[in-house]
Structure formats: structure tokens, C-alpha cells
Ligand binder design. Structure first.
Ligand SMILES: C[S@@+](CC[C@H](N)C(=O)[O-])C[C@H]1O[C@@H](n2cnc3c(N)ncnc32)[C@H](O)[C@@H]1O
Length: 310
């Protein structure tokens, strides 16, 4: 299967990362290398790019797509939450910018065997890399209360309780291992109920499972301080998120690290000694234009935030 993925907010990524000749960048979610290519085009003749991805197929695709820059790239198949260790192991330094384009690629959604999509019938896998539990493990092993919690917290699914109950009932009779089995359960619960307007009834549960399988929110919380620490002074960090839970983590981290003091207002003199480490470049979150959304509907929920290290 051909690796296809249109990089989201490409012009905006370049605008905020501001890559210049001979600068070094990290793409923590290199995917097929769409954003990486645009960065490398601006950083010749000697600027280097470290590309990380948990998905070995993405790394293979990036290797092919970035062939013309092969002397200026290092590709690492790992979790970006291990950034500090990766930098230590590779000796990659003098970093002028870091990109995080969260979520999954169109290639991963379309892959018939990965279980990310509710279209088609695939094994309920949903792993980016080789973490231990698959979505099927979660569906078959988690307690009902935990299923309700993840559907509610990570999917904001209105019928989390009913869907979890149906899962528990069915799995007593047979294991639930296929995406179609899960879609059937969700459709059964939604029968005679108002359906979400713009999305498939299974979208939220699939999103919630993917976040849980890949520990996405915990990974994001771990990478942000490491990324900030890794940057040179005046280095830039750009994050594209695809749902409100991610965006909230990014927004709060940026806000906190842009302040000189974190003491509560009732404390008259600062005792925390917290110092601002960054300046926010995007006072308002940046969203794709209507033209981009028309050309690439997957971009519709993207939100970009950017900061510069001070
Ligand atoms: C939206 S895609 C990136 C696409 C890329 N910017 C491009 O232009 O082709 C997100 C990528 O992040 C990877 N990913 C998700 N979580 C990760 C993690 N914790 N560590 C490393 N890569 C991760 C996924 O495997 C996927 O390839």
C-alpha cells in the first residue's frame, strides 16, 4: 500500500518554525516526511533533521520520500516521549526548532490491518508501534467502569455507559476482536437515538480507544518539557493537535511556561521563583483555511500553537 498523507497546515508550520539555512530541526512525528521535506528544503546545505516515529512503516516511508536529503537526516523508530534519551544516543544538538504533528496519518487510517478505521473489517489493533496492548485487549479485558471512563474522558461519548454495557454483554459470549463487531455494538446503541451530525456514530469510541492504546495524552505531557529543554535560545516549538484534550494540554503548558511567577494571587511576593521559558507566538490558535479543509478534509479539526524559547 502506497504511503499517502497530505501534511496539515504546511505553510503555517514553515511560517512559525522559520527554518533557515544550516539550522537543525526535530520532527517528533515524522510520518511520511511531508512537513520534514518542507523544513529540509529551507535548511540546506548543512541543516540536519532528526525524524522520530513510533511506526516503523512511517519511518520506511520517510526514508523513501526524503531520499534526496539522505545525508542530512537521521530517522529513529521510537516513542517521542524518549526524546532526551534519543538526543543523548544520537548526539543530535543545536536544535532550532521542533515539530509535533499529533494523531495519525491518512496512511494509518486507510491501512486495512491496523484497526484505526471503522470502515472495513480489521483486527482491533490501533497501535502506532509495538506497545503491549491492542484495542482488542482493552475491549475484552478492561472492567466496565474503565471502559465507561475512557469513552467519556477521551471520546466525550454521550452513550459511554450503554456502549460499555453492550461490550461486556457480548464479550461474555464471544471475544470482540474485529472493528465491525464494535461498530455493530455502537450502531445498536444509537438505534432510535439522535446521531451526531457531522461524524460517524463510532468516531468518538474509536478515538477514545486509540488514545488509550497509545497512551497519547501521557506521551504529550512528557514530550513538551523535554522539547522545550532541548531547544536553543530563540528556538521554536510548533504543535498541531487534533482534538480538544490534546490542545488543552498544549495550551496550558505554553501558558504556564510563559509566566514568570506561578504563585496564587493571594501571595503578595513571589516564592515559587518560576521563570518564563517561552513566548507564545500564536495568541489565537491557528486553524486551517476553508481552502485547505476542502482539499484535505482530515485537516478540519487541526489546531496549531507555536512558541519561541527565550
Ligand atoms: C499526523 S502523522 C504525521 C505526519 C507527518 N507530519 C507528515 O507530514 O507526513 C502523526 C505520526 O505520529 C506518529 N506518532 C504518534 N504517536 C507517537 C509517539 N508517541 N512517538 C512517535 N511517533 C508517534 C504516528 O505513527 C504518525 O506517523
Amino acid at each position: 500500500m502506497k504511503f499517502e498523507h497530505k501534511p496539515v497546515l504546511l505553510d503555517e508550520v514553515v511560517e512559525y518554525l522559520k527554518p533557515q539555512p544550516n539550522q537543525n530541526f526535530i520532527d517528533c512525528t515524522v510520518g511520511g516526511g511531508g512537513h520534514a521535506k518542507a523544513i529540509l528544503q529551507k535548511t540546506g546545505p548543512n541543516g540536519k533533521l532528526l525524524g522520530i516515529d513510533l511506526d516503523i512503516q512511517a519511518i520506511e516511508a520517510a526514508k523513501q520520500n526524503l531520499q534526496e536529503f539522505k545525508d542530512r537526516i537521521i530517522l529513529i523508530n521510537d516513542n517521542y516521549q524518549n526524546l532526551k534519551q534519543i538526543l543523548y544516543d544520537t548526539g543530535f544538538n543545536k536544535i532550532n526548532g521542533i515539530l509535533l504533528d499529533l494523531g495519525l496519518s491518512s496512511y494509518q487510517i486507510q491501512a486495512k490491518t491496523r484497526g484505526f478505521s471503522f470502515k472495513g473489517d480489521s483486527f482491533l489493533d490501533m497501535r502506532f508501534g509495538e506497545t503491549e496492548q491492542t484495542a482488542a485487549d482493552i475491549i475484552n479485558k478492561y472492567k466496565e467502569a474503565d471502559l465507561i471512563r475512557i469513552f467519556k474522558e477521551y471520546g466525550e461519548e454521550r452513550y459511554a455507559k450503554q456502549i460499555a454495557q453492550e461490550i461486556v454483554d457480548l464479550r461474555k459470549k464471544q471475544p470482540i476482536t474485529k472493528t465491525n463487531q464494535l461498530v455493530d455494538i455502537i450502531e445498536k446503541v444509537y438505534k432510535n437515538k439522535p446521531k451526531p451530525k457531522k461524524i460517524h456514530v463510532a468516531t468518538k469510541v474509536f478515538q477514545a480507544l486509540r488514545i488509550e492504546v497509545n497512551n497519547e495524552l501521557a506521551n504529550l505531557k512528557k514530550i513538551l518539557p523535554q522539547a522545550l529543554e532541548a531547544l536553543f535560545k530563540n528556538g521554536r516549538l510548533v504543535v498541531i493537535s487534533f482534538h480538544s484534550l490534546e490542545d488543552k494540554i498544549v495550551k496550558e503548558f505554553f501558558k504556564k511556561e510563559s509566566k514568570d511567577c506561578l504563585c496564587p494571587p493571594q501571595i503578595p511576593v513571589c516564592v515559587c521563583e518560576h521563570k518564563a521559558q517561552l513566548k507564545i507566538l500564536t495568541k489565537k490558535v491557528v486553524k486551517p483555511s476553508q481552502t485547505e479543509i476542502m482539499k484535505n478534509p482530515r485537516s478540519r479539526s487541526a489546531k496549531l500553537r507555536a512558541v519561541v524559547k527565550i
